[in-house]
Design a protein around this ligand. Structure first.
Ligand SMILES: [Zn+2]
Length: 280
C-alpha cells in the first residue's frame, strides 16, 4: 500500500470517511479520506502503481461494464461537443484525447477532419486504435509522450481525471502542451455530492455504485475547479447533468425521476460534471 499527500493542496492532514469507504466497497486498509485543508476526497492508502496499472491492461476492464469495441457508440452530447468546438475560433484543429478508451471519440474527430492524437495507459486500447482505427496513439502516461509545448488546440478528457495517480501533474502537463487560449474539456462523475446521493443518505436508502471503485479521487464542483485553476487554466463553463437510476414503467416514478433530474441540473448537483477551461 502507498500513502499519499493531498493532490490539490499537498496537506497531509485528513479524516477517514467510513461511510463513503463502505459505499464503494473498499476493503481495509483501502480507505477514502477527506483533506482537512481543502476537502478533496481521495483514496489513502491506495494500491501501488503496478497494481493500478494492471487494472487497465486487458479488455477485462471494459468488458466488466459491458463495453466492447463493437457495441459502444459515441453519445450524441459528445458529438455536439466537437461541433461546438468547430464553431469557436481555433487557430487549427489539433486535438489530444487523454484516456481514449475504445477510440470512438478520436475516430469521430478524425472523420470530421481533425488532426488527432491519443494517449492511453491500456495496451489493449492502443492495439485496437493503432491496428483497426489506424489512428495515432501513445501507450503510457501523458508525461512520457513528450509532446511539444504549445502544440494542441484542444484536449479532451472524459472520465479519466478521477483514475489518475497524480491529476495535478497531468493537468500541468496539459497546460504545457496546449496553446495559449487552448481549450481543455473535462468530464468526471460528481460522486458523493449530487442531490440523489444526499437524499438517499437522508432517507437511509442504499446507494448504487460501481463496486469496487477503480477511482482514486472523488471531486466536488469546488475541488474540481480548484485543481484545474491551480494548473494554469481559467474556467469558462461549468455544468452538471444527471444519469442513472432504474427505469420504471410506473408513470409516477418516472415523473419524479424527471423532476429530480431537472432539479439537479438547475442547482448544479447532477451526478456528472463537465468543465471547459482555457489555458491562461
Ligand atoms: Zn487538500
Amino acid at each position: 500500500m502507498e500513502y499519499v499527500r493531498c493532490n490539490l493542496c499537498d496537506s497531509n492532514d485528513y479524516i477517514p470517511l467510513e461511510r463513503e469507504t463502505k459505499i464503494v466497497s473498499l476493503k481495509p486498509p483501502l480507505t477514502l479520506v477527506k483533506c482537512k485543508n481543502c476537502d478533496l476526497i481521495y483514496l489513502n492508502p491506495r494500491p501501488p502503481e503496478e497494481e493500478i496499472r494492471d487494472i487497465y491492461k486487458t479488455s477485462n476492464y471494459f468488458s466488466q461494464y459491458g463495453v466492447t469495441v463493437d457495441n459502444y457508440s459515441l453519445a450524441d452530447y459528445v458529438k455536439k461537443r466537437l461541433i461546438q468546438l468547430e464553431k469557436s475560433k481555433l487557430p487549427s484543429r489539433r486535438i489530444l484525447e487523454v484516456g481514449c478508451g475504445t477510440g470512438h471519440f478520436l475516430n469521430y474527430a478524425h472523420n470530421r477532419g481533425w488532426d488527432t492524437y491519443g494517449v492511453d495507459i491500456s495496451p489493449w486500447v492502443g492495439k485496437h486504435i493503432k491496428d483497426e482505427l489506424n489512428l495515432r496513439i501513445f501507450i503510457g502516461e501523458l508525461e512520457d509522450a513528450k509532446f511539444q509545448s504549445n502544440f494542441f488546440d484542444v484536449v479532451h478528457m472524459s472520465h479519466v481525471l478521477e483514475h489518475l495517480r497524480n491529476p495535478s501533474v497531468t493537468l500541468r502537463e496539459l497546460s504545457r502542451v496546449l496553446k495559449k487560449e487552448g481549450i481543455l474539456i473535462i468530464e468526471v462523475p460528481n460522486e458523493f455530492y449530487y442531490l440523489r446521493y444526499k437524499i438517499r443518505l437522508l432517507t437511509g436508502h442504499p446507494i448504487f455504485y460501481e463496486i469496487p471503485s477503480p477511482h482514486l479521487f472523488f471531486f466536488s464542483a469546488i475541488t474540481l475547479k480548484q485543481i484545474i485553476q491551480k494548473a494554469g487554466f481559467r474556467i469558462v463553463e461549468f455544468k452538471t447533468w444527471s444519469t442513472g437510476g432504474p427505469n420504471s414503467k410506473n408513470l409516477a416514478k418516472e415523473l419524479s425521476k424527471k423532476v429530480i433530474y431537472s432539479l439537479e441540473k438547475c442547482c448544479h448537483s447532477g451526478n456528472i460534471m463537465e468543465i471547459w477551461a482555457v489555458k491562461k
